[in-house]
Design a protein. Structure first.
Length: 147
């Protein structure tokens, strides 16, 4: 959490952070506002690669196993982003929501372990929560469009 704050606050308050947010929201509008879209995309991909490498090193340090294949973290990461209120289409979201979503999803798995339940049920519960949140979000979006 501290590491996220140390990275997020300077990026959010910088011109780069504003450019990343603008390009993620609407490339054409960002271009017309004077943002170098190509350069911003390259920087975004470079930062994504850097932080992905740090994440891989962290998982390897914790588990002691380096596996290049996508594992059980794919559902959890996408679920945390969606549950945290970040739009997968871009342009909307923050960092606090996904962090809280990761804590909640991890707590579900931990609670089921302490209750001696089948670990696969944690994935089922996470998927059910994800489906419910996506359905409620879509319903709210439809109401906004109609109303």
């Amino acid at each position: 959490m501290v590491t996220t704050g140390l990275i997020w606050i300077p990026v959010k308050r910088s011109r780069l952070g504003l450019a990343l947010y603008a390009v993620g929201s609407n490339e054409l509008a960002a271009f017309r506002s004077g943002v170098s879209v190509g350069r911003t995309k390259i920087i975004a991909y470079a930062l994504t690669g850097l932080f992905s490498a740090f994440g891989g090193l962290a998982v390897t340090a914790v588990t002691g196993v380096g596996n290049p294949l996508p594992g059980g973290y794919t559902l959890t990461s996408v679920a945390a982003v969606v549950l945290g209120g970040v739009s997968l289409a871009g342009g909307r979201g923050g960092v606090l929501g996904p962090i809280l979503a990761v804590i909640i999803l991890a707590q579900i798995r931990t609670d089921m372990t302490f209750l001696s339940l089948n670990p696969n049920l944690a994935t089922v519960a996470q998927g059910a929560i994800l489906i419910g949140v996506v359905m409620l979000g879509s319903l709210a979006q439809l109401r906004r469009v109609r109303g």
